[in-house]
Unconditional design. Structure first.
Length: 287
């Protein structure tokens, strides 16, 4: 069992958002073929299934979404930077996030009080860790693997040529030229994301991230400097499902969850996030 599951937060249902849509490639999307010797292979967001059709692992979309939000928050205020990843924060800046070392110290200090340990980890984690998880924290966001939409897939990959960049020297080596495959522009994938038990502010942050995707500000894959990996997400808000604990009885009786169809409702959650930035994380209420 993951450490985060011990939290009071996760022990009961508070709320759940489910939203679906279509992710369309605006430019070619480079694919990881598995057999390539490119050193950047593991950055590639698309892979092939057993039948040779492309699909996008949900984990890679989630990773890109998280990195994008973290970059925005860091731009807003360096103290909002995340420490759970390998990138260090600027020297001398006190950030609102935990390193593995901090977590080890907390575990030693609260070894007989798991509830207090969970509270401390929750309180001191940054916004992106709270929403997307950390090695010591369960994620509230789940993105399913994105299968290709059959009627947009014509069983043709593009072949492009590329030059592998040496990660250490950041130069192109002599022998590192290679061909790679790409999914053509106009290919569409089915998108589905679930957010469980977010605070109002965390829901706002998740919705802000989705809006960035909807507006085409987030690219997939490492080759975006060559114009690859531009995507557009079209979400079906009319069919989204927002279910809270108070509605469970009606839900069990067969009533469908409400949709977050009204944009002003979604904007309200962004505002809750901005207010929580002002007022501090601990004041955030469950959505
Ligand atoms: Zn963090």
């Amino acid at each position: 069992m993951a450490a985060g599951n011990q939290w009071i937060d996760f022990s009961r249902f508070h709320s759940r958002l489910r939203v679906t849509g279509r992710l369309r490639t605006e430019t070619a999307l480079r694919i990881g073929s598995g057999g390539s010797d490119s050193p950047t292979e593991h950055d590639l967001p698309v892979v092939k299934d057993l039948r040779g059709r492309p699909y996008i692992p949900g984990s890679s979309v989630k990773g890109v979404l998280r990195a994008h939000l973290e970059r925005l928050l860091r731009g807003l205020d360096e103290r909002l930077a995340c420490l759970s990843t390998s990138r260090p924060a600027k020297a001398g800046v006190l950030t609102g996030c935990l390193t593995q070392g901090d977590v080890d110290a907390l575990k030693a200090a609260h070894q007989n009080d798991p509830d207090e340990l969970a509270r401390q980890i929750l309180k001191r984690s940054c916004w992106t860790c709270s929403l997307f998880g950390a090695p010591w924290l369960a994620s509230k966001v789940m993105i399913r693997d994105l299968p290709v939409i059959e009627e947009t897939w014509f069983e043709r990959y593009l072949i492009r040529d590329g030059v592998a960049i040496d990660r250490d020297t950041e130069t192109a080596g002599n022998q590192l030229k290679y061909d790679f495959e790409a999914v053509p522009a106009g290919t569409e994938f089915t998108f589905e994301m679930v957010v469980e038990n977010p605070s109002e502010a965390e829901l706002g942050l998740a919705l802000l991230g989705l809006r960035e995707f909807e507006q085409g500000h987030i690219a997939l894959g490492g080759a975006s400097s060559r114009g690859l990996g531009q995507v557009c997400l079209e979400l079906d808000w009319d069919r989204s499902e927002w279910l809270t604990a108070g509605q469970l009885k009606a839900y069990f009786a067969g009533q469908p969850p409400q949709a977050l169809a009204d944009e002003s409702v979604r904007t309200g959650y962004w505002k809750a996030f901005l207010a929580a930035l002002e007022n501090g994380k601990e004041t955030a209420e469950h959505a």
